[in-house]
Design a protein around this ligand. Structure first.
Ligand code: NI
Length: 253
């Protein structure tokens, strides 16, 4: 399967072609639901975010009771996201974590107890990263290579610990502060006001209101020409992500 950067928007139009069978194996041409389920294999394609406008929506602190509805929205929209999981939440909401993985969403590590890591000695930081990674891997079968420190709080010790764990440190450059503003319309306005090509947007699937902001957010971003990509996709054509390096945003055209 060759790279198809525009696949998200064109898959419906391709529903009757053989190509769609390869892209969306579960979406048969005849009795296909309006939005055939995605599979992880469908998302191994490369998007060149140096050439097209990309944005990476990221969701922290889950999975929670609100994650399933968010995943349904993403699946229906054929949109990808990146989730930074709290290890014990992955164990508690195994089906949702696995669904994220199978959908092709990227999964990162967001520690075990969500502490301010800058206040911890290096062994404590290592433990927060490694135990969460083991917990996540016990569900998805894959150890994360992305790490987001709680509160975005990092220093040299945190960066080095992430590097030693083989993880890139992924921060953000668009923050609607959905933890404070429990209002979908506010969240949409704040993201849309701040987004630029290559943006990484921080959101949380631990609040009931945030998933409600996502359907319109996706619609407007696409209307503005954005591809919704995972964090690894965002960097795929600009050298990839390196462990122990801090990222706030990706490239843009
Ligand atoms: Ni968090």
């Amino acid at each position: 399967m060759t790279a198809r950067p525009g696949r998200h928007r064109t898959v419906a139009a391709l529903a009757a072609t053989a190509l769609s069978v390869a892209v969306c194996p579960l979406g048969t041409a005849t009795a296909a639901p309006q939005h055939p389920p995605l599979t992880r294999a469908a998302h191994t394609h490369t998007v060149d975010c140096r050439a097209v406008k990309c944005v990476a929506l990221t969701f922290d602190d889950g999975p929670t009771q609100y994650t399933a509805a968010l995943l349904t929205t993403l699946e229906r929209s054929h949109a990808l996201a990146t989730f930074f999981l709290i290890g014990p939440h992955a164990l508690q909401y195994r089906a949702d974590a696995l669904r994220e993985y199978r959908d092709g969403d990227a999964i990162g590590d967001h520690t075990v107890t969500h502490p301010h890591l800058t206040l911890l000695p290096r062994p404590g930081i290592d433990q927060q990263i490694d135990v969460a990674a083991q917990q996540i891997a016990s569900v998805t079968g894959h150890r994360p290579v992305l790490f987001r420190p709680p509160f975005g709080a990092w220093n040299a010790r945190v960066r080095e610990a992430a590097g030693a764990a083989g993880m890139a440190v992924v921060l953000w450059n668009v923050d609607p502060r959905d933890w404070k503003h429990h209002d979908p319309a506010f969240i949409d306005r704040a993201v849309l006001a701040g987004v630029r090509p290559g943006a990484i947007v921080v959101l949380h699937d631990r609040y009931a209101t945030t998933p409600l902001a996502v359907p319109r957010l996706i619609d407007v971003l696409r209307a503005r020409g954005y591809d919704l990509v995972t964090v690894p996709q965002l960097f795929a054509t600009s050298g990839g992500l390196r462990s122990g390096v801090v990222y706030h945003h990706g490239p843009g055209p």
